[in-house]
Design a protein around this ligand. Structure first.
Ligand SMILES: [Zn+2]
Length: 462
């Protein structure tokens, strides 16, 4: 494109050697990073990478590695960079002189201890659009590129772990689970395989999931991030984007091979992060109780010869974030008539502009990556999750509601509002979930004297 366009840019590419000399190599005492006079712009198509990506191709050779590292500007074939939101912290580490900007990871011994091999979903460019299915196989699939000095990096890492949750100890004490010394140990810990996954978006496929044009998606992502990635607008030759957002973690209970075997019973919970409940036990929602129930069901399934999967998505507060979430809590509890199931979704929309931003359309990708084609037991009541999974081609045989005794008192507002809005209603509650129930479900006030005058005296105090 335009010679003139390039001329008007005051900058040009800094070579790796220049960067090293200016930023790191010269001053071993470091301190603040001293950039060279050149700013590396990423917006020029003339830098098109020699290594292209053919999304959905059936071999790593044909597909090509995702190159999103900033150490090889000329080879980058993707927009954005690695480590999701943590790339911003990396910029501080470099700026503060704590990290060589050209550092390349030593991947020796980092390969997965468990094999997640290719399955047909990997070769369908529409079935997986928000992660790189080859992301954990960097060393084996793209070893040739690594040998040639190309800075290819994993976007998925897999390891084994023991997890411990007090709810599992309780399940053993109450006799619901029995330790087997293999999967579930006597102290309540569970041996799992876990996979951390960073987002890698194939923009044409992501746009198609939402039924919008790629141009609209790119434009909105550029604008709504305050112009963070100009290439979204200028580089139509690049259609892979690593967004600076939180990823997901898959926990596997039992042999991972069973995930691809439809003859094995498969239990799944897809869980969206709720830090207040998941970690701190906050009682306004059902998140941690439902997550713990999902883990218990996964353990039970695996002990009975099947396999369980929890996928944990960093989508705090319906992807609205905790600041918005806490504002909504206050608005709910101070509104006239108190915290009511009836106005549960409306209050969120008032503060956030939308009821939910989790967009489950992208969620099934991890399940397809694992090779799951059928879920016997889905531990979720969300109609959005269910629809997304079924629409992605995975069969769901049974949906499991959260047991009543696990719903905290103050979370009745949430669970009743959700069931009334279209969430799965278990058989024993059919006919009970109606407008009367929703109108009658009222939560606790804010436990602060200051808040009381704002709450209408509608006779609901208790
Ligand atoms: Zn929650």
């Amino acid at each position: 494109m335009g010679q003139a366009g390039e001329m008007t840019q005051p900058t040009f590419e800094m070579t790796a050697a220049e960067a090293k000399a200016s930023a790191w190599g010269r001053d071993q005492n470091r301190g603040e990073y001293k950039p060279s006079g050149h700013v590396v712009l990423t917006t020029h198509p003339r830098r098109g990478s020699p290594i292209t990506v053919t999304w959905g191709a059936d071999t790593p050779e044909k597909r090509g590695p995702i190159i999103a590292t900033i150490t090889s500007q000329k080879q980058r074939n993707s927009i954005g960079t690695h480590n999701g939101s943590y790339s911003v912290y990396r910029s501080i580490a470099v700026a503060a002189g704590k990290m060589d900007p050209l550092f390349k990871p030593d991947l020796h011994n980092t390969a997965p201890p468990v094999h997640i091999p290719p399955n047909p979903a990997w070769f369908d460019k529409k079935r997986i659009v928000s992660m790189d299915p080859w992301g954990h196989l960097t060393v084996s699939a793209f070893g040739k590129h690594l040998d040639e000095g190309v800075d290819v990096r994993p976007t998925i890492a897999i390891t084994n772990a023991h997890i411990q949750m007090p709810e599992l100890v309780e399940a053993i004490e109450k006799g619901r689970l029995v330790p087997d010394d293999k999967l579930l140990l006597k102290d309540g810990s569970v041996c799992v395989t876990k996979a951390a996954i960073e987002h890698v978006w194939h923009l044409p496929g992501v746009a198609e999931r939402f039924g919008i044009s790629e141009a609209t998606l790119r434009r909105c992502m550029f604008e709504q991030t305050g112009g963070m990635f100009p290439e979204l607008i200028t580089r139509s030759d690049l259609n892979v984007f690593l967004p600076p957002i939180g990823g997901q973690t898959v926990y596997i209970f039992g042999p991972a091979d069973y995930l691809r075997d439809p003859s094995k019973v498969c239990t799944v919970r897809v869980h969206d992060e709720c830090n207040g409940s998941d970690v701190f036990g906050s009682d306004i929602c059902t998140c941690r109780p439902y997550l713990a129930h999902g883990v218990e069901e996964c353990v039970r399934t695996a002990q009975n010869g099947g396999v369980g999967v929890i996928v944990y998505f960093r989508k705090e507060g319906r992807s609205l974030g905790e600041v918005t979430k806490f504002l909504v809590y206050n608005a709910r509890k101070r509104q006239e008539g108190g915290d009511r199931a009836e106005t549960y979704f409306h209050r969120t929309a008032c503060v956030a502009g939308v009821e939910d931003m989790r967009f489950q359309e992208l969620m099934p990708d991890a399940l397809n990556w694992l090779g799951i084609t059928k879920i016997d037991r889905l531990i979720s009541m969300s109609d959005m999750k269910y629809n997304a999974i079924v629409n992605s081609g995975i069969k769901v045989l049974e949906r499991i509601a959260i047991p009543d005794e696990l719903v905290p008192e103050d979370a009745q507002v949430e669970i009743n509002a959700k069931m009334f809005a279209g969430y799965y209603v278990p058989e024993d509650k059919k006919g009970l979930v109606n407008e009367d129930l929703v109108k009658a479900t009222i939560g606790r006030d804010l436990d602060v004297d200051e808040a009381k005058p704002h709450v209408c005296s509608g006779g609901h105090h208790h």
